[in-house]
Design a protein around this ligand. Structure first.
Ligand code: FE2
Length: 246
């Protein structure tokens, strides 16, 4: 099989067939490819990816907030929208600090997460709390992507001694983590508990829907370890209740 070719603005390189598949290239035609020749170039590329991700969230979060039934969840999403708009500003500043144009590059990952969340909003839910649980799950997937991505770019910036970039983006990482923790708190203390009220079978034995959202440990960019998506306590509480009844 002939390798396909990838063209950049100033660079042309050959892409092997496996890479063609990963890039979704089915034929042998030219595709735009960035030329990554240094860690700082990779950093710039990732900042542009994050800029697109944040831009997408500024459009998605209002829809999630509008669909949320519980006041605490709606407020949390609206608060994070305000932060997200500032995250966009900081990414512009970080790119300018590197002498780069503040242009976004398409982020297929966030595009997919947002599309999946939008699809779940169209599902038919018996209870508002079930829809809220799905909203939180989608929002946390986007937060985890951002936490991993900001962890990575901050690690690059630290290695490269880019203190201005670090000063700009470290608060963003902290806010993403805080938003994620807030969503976990709302899920564990309110939404998932209410959502589990109608579960009469499968719940608590590890086979119910709670297991899919269950207690996990996720490894974010460059070695950060965090707990996974919400929902741990829904099962944990059921187990605890069963145990106390024995
Ligand atoms: Fe953000």
């Amino acid at each position: 099989m002939e390798p396909c070719r990838a063209e950049g603005d100033s660079d042309v390189r050959t892409v092997r067939p496996l890479e063609c598949n990963l890039l979704g290239v089915t034929g042998g035609g030219p595709i735009p490819m960035p030329s990554i020749d240094s860690l700082q170039t990779l950093l710039t590329n990732d900042l542009r990816d994050l800029l697109d991700a944040e831009n997408r969230l500024t459009k998605a979060l209002p829809k999630l907030a509008k669909a949320a039934a519980h006041d605490d969840l709606r407020t949390a999403l609206e608060d994070h929208l305000d932060e997200t708009e500032e995250h966009v500003n900081r990414l512009h500043q970080a790119l300018e600090a590197l002498g780069e144009a503040p242009k976004a590059k398409p982020c297929p990952a966030m595009k997919g997460i947002v599309e999946e969340s939008s699809e779940h909003l169209q599902d038919d839910y018996d209870e508002p709390s079930l829809k809220d649980a799905a909203i939180i799950a989608g929002a946390q997937k986007s937060e985890h992507y951002e936490i991993a991505s900001y962890g990575t770019v901050l690690a690059y910036a630290k290695l490269l001694g880019l203190n201005e970039v670090i000063t700009l983006l470290r608060p963003t990482l902290d806010e993403e983590k805080a938003a994620d923790s807030k969503l976990t708190q709302i899920a564990e203390q309110i939404v998932n508990v209410e959502a589990s009220a109608g579960d009469t079978s499968g719940a608590g034995n590890g086979k119910g829907s709670g297991r899919a959202q269950g207690n996990r440990v996720a490894r974010a960019g460059n070695g950060q370890v965090r707990t996974g998506t919400n929902g741990r306590s829904a099962n944990a509480r059921r187990r605890s209740k069963r145990g106390s009844r024995r």
